[in-house]
Design a protein around this ligand. Sequence first.
Ligand SMILES: NC(=O)c1ccc[n+]([C@@H]2O[C@H](COP(=O)([O-])OP(=O)(O)OC[C@H]3O[C@@H](n4cnc5c(N)ncnc54)[C@H](O)[C@@H]3O)[C@@H](O)[C@H]2O)c1
Ligand SMILES: [Zn+2]
Length: 369
Amino acid sequence: MTLIDVPVGLGSRSYRISIGTGLLAEARARIDRLSGARRIAIVTDETVAALHLARLQAGLGDRDSTPVILPPGEATKSFAGLDALVGRLLDLGLTRSDLVIALGGGVVGDLAGFAAAILKRGLPFVQVPTTLLAMVDSSVGGKTGINMPQGKNLVGAFHQPLAVWADLDCLATLPAREMRAGYAEILKYGLIQDAAFFDWCEANAGRLLAGDTAVLAHAIAQSCRAKAAIVAADERETDDIRALLNLGHTFGHALEAETGFTDRLLHGEAVGIGMAQALRFSAARGLAPAADAERLTRHLKAAGLMAWPHEAGIAADAAPRLVAHMRHDKKATADGLPFILVRGIGDAFVAKGVPMGAVERFLEADLSA
Ligand SMILES: NC(=O)c1ccc[n+]([C@@H]2O[C@H](COP(=O)([O-])OP(=O)(O)OC[C@H]3O[C@@H](n4cnc5c(N)ncnc54)[C@H](O)[C@@H]3O)[C@@H](O)[C@H]2O)c1
Ligand SMILES: [Zn+2]
């Protein structure tokens, strides 16, 4: 049952994000409306296949579908993983009128989406996100790609899906830690431009993390609306608007790099700390009230997320290494690194030309706070 439909307005590449329960069971009727594909490849990972693939296949009924099951984890989102996947899709004999369904978290969505973008110069695909993070972030907006030894997401393409189906039933099997990590990205939309939504998050985080369907549907829809509006205004991140989505990410990526992109610190957890740092840095520069940074810190803790780098085991002397990681950020230009800062909760902006020395001094204090 669809609870909420969010349109993504991109001219001829427009599509809908459907958020609800039982969506996998309706797959046949949904595909019939979208595509006359003769063959459907369902790309997924072993974990998700064991939990949710049968429901999707049952939902597709007698439509010809073949699963392609990959090892779970970020390592799959690599050139080797792409090579293997594209080979298997070619072996299935998919043509440009066939269809790829990405069933999984952001790893599967980014990799399968990129394979669909380049296979025979572009096959249509449908995103079926199964993690909270994928439902509110990675499945929306058309960014696809893989990691390189030089850094994450350095190779990829913009390729918009035909549709996104966020089936809330999939979240019932998601580990609590992954739920909290996804929640950090939801909170991000409130911090960027919607103070009322931040208030709502404070009041509803408990029910959301406990899996309340109505609360989840509202939070996911609000997040998708916010991201869709930003993507519609700046599809290819050519001006500053889409960059706002990086709130907490410059600090967060440096923390992820410092922890070696391992399970020690999930991306969403790093973004939670990074957003708290962005607010503390904004306050330290006199741009935002310190009370707003403190309020975010309190809420992150209440939601079971971290707010300080030391909680993730980051050493007190890490500031120079974190700054070095930031200099390698793919958003870095000759003028330095743009930082997403805030004037307060719900009011983020792009700050250019922030001196890296000031960032390092802030980090030194923040790491030993
Ligand atoms: N394209 C974009 O715009 C964009 C935006 C944000 C993040 N990303 C990318 O997304 C990736 C992270 O996505 P993620 O957090 O979804 O990670 P993920 O895909 O690795 O999923 C996390 C783990 O949860 C498991 N899992 C997935 N669904 C499950 C379910 N319903 N029940 C139980 N287990 C389940 C997976 O097998 C995996 O082990 C990163 O590679 C990141 O770069 C992309
Ligand atoms: Zn993120």
